[in-house]
Design a binder for this molecule. Structure first.
Ligand code: DAU
Length: 360
């Protein structure tokens, strides 16, 4: 992957990343800064889950340019695109937590739908004004989720051909953004690539999603909430593997194509939480068994039963495959959180979130 990036992103290539203060966006920005010589323009609204510590920690030689912009503000978005003058755009900025979309769908509609619309319009104007050679190489990569496909039963997997059937406010707004991106391609010819990924995990994830939330609860001896009976299944993807796939899709993917990215890591929530407890027992034997902390709580409304991704298309077409097993990725993630307790406290305090249940 390292040689690949330098080969395709010549020094000085201008890459715009929206949501580069987020978990996946931050991982992508770090990779671009450390493994290429591109100029990286990070357009982020600096919301509750944004954090730049991981980027500040690396030596990037002044190639990181942060623009504090909310995509809901069309004029500021257009102005930032003009300044960034990008050759490649990765669109990751979004409200992403399903539970928050149950309590407050409004922010999701604005950020994910209106925000994507404003970005597309700004990018379209920019792309149309580019000189021929830059225009031909330009790409807009929209990063989306498998949740747009809805909920699976006990068998089957999502593919690029699966019908859209979103069921949470979050998923419905991401589905809307996918449709907008696809329409801008078909109607205006904007050169787009779209990816739909499964559940990401890894270092630097704001502790509200299942894995980092469970880790922070277990570290502090608090009860671990398992929704419903814990039988819901997710397909876990290590964030660095996801970033490998994003770079391949953006640079080598077919225009107008969508790619499904899964982690070959299907586990029930109960399995994930029990494995985390086991790993915690090894690291904090004095507090074992951590499974005593697990508490079944009321289910999430509209809780999707199972997600599973068939990644054959991206594997065969672009040669991608994940490098991390779920077990090794989980253990290294856990160790990272144990070594970064002050960071967890800092981001939780700043967001005014103490791990309480949301979206019940
Ligand atoms: O599939 C990709 C999606 O994965 C992303 O698009 C979303 O942005 C991301 O939030 C994630 O959605 P989920 O709803 O699957 O993730 P979450 O970590 O919130 O929950 C994972 C599973 O764990 C889900 O079945 C609900 C359950 N859960 C979650 C929390 C926070 C619990 O049992 N207890 C909890 O405290």
């Amino acid at each position: 992957m390292d040689n690949f990036l330098n080969e395709y992103l010549s020094p000085g290539t201008r890459v715009l990343v929206t949501g580069g203060g987020g978990f996946i966006g931050g991982c992508l920005v770090r990779r671009l800064l450390t493994k290429s010589n591109a100029q990286v323009f990070n357009l982020d609204k600096c919301g509750y889950a944004s954090d730049f510590t991981s980027i500040e920690e690396i030596d990037y030689g002044h190639r990181h340019h942060l623009f504090r912009v909310d995509l809901v503000d069309g004029d500021s978005t257009t102005a930032a695109i003009k300044k960034a003058d990008p050759d490649l755009v990765f669109h990751l900025a979004a409200e992403t937590h399903v539970d928050r979309s149950i309590d407050g769908p409004n922010a999701f509609v604005f950020s994910n739908v209106i925000g994507t619309y404003n970005l597309l319009e700004g990018v379209r104007t920019h792309w149309q004004s580019l000189p021929k050679q830059r225009k031909e190489l330009f790409r807009f990569h929209h990063i989306s989720t498998d949740e747009v496909f809805g909920s699976l039963g006990d068998s089957g997997s999502f593919t690029e051909l699966t019908r859209y059937a979103p069921r949470s406010p979050y998923a419905a707004t991401k589905a809307s953004s996918d449709h907008l991106v696809s329409a801008w391609h078909h109607t205006f010819g904007l050169p787009i690539v779209l990816t739909n990924c499964s559940n990401n995990f890894g270092p630097w994830q704001f502790p509200e999603k299942l894995i980092p939330l469970v880790i922070t609860k277990a570290m502090t001896g608090q009860s671990i909430p398992l929704y419903g009976d814990g039988s819901n299944v997710r397909d876990w993807l290590f964030v660095e593997d996801h970033v490998d796939a994003l770079l391949l899709a953006a640079i080598k993917g077919r225009l107008g194509q969508s790619y499904c990215i899964g982690g070959f890591g299907e586990r029930s929530n109960k399995q994930v939480v029990e494995l985390l407890c086991e790993l915690m027992d090894e690291r904090q034997p004095e507090l074992a068994p951590h499974t005593d902390l697990i508490k079944l709580v009321s289910d999430r409304p509209g809780h999707d039963h199972r997600y599973s991704i068939d990644s054959v298309c991206i594997q065969e077409e672009l040669g991608w495959k994940p490098q991390h097993t779920f077990e090794l990725g989980l253990a290294s993630t856990l160790d990272w959180y144990l070594a970064h307790i002050p960071w967890c406290e800092k981001v939780l305090n700043r967001a005014g979130y103490a791990g309480e249940r949301i979206g019940a």
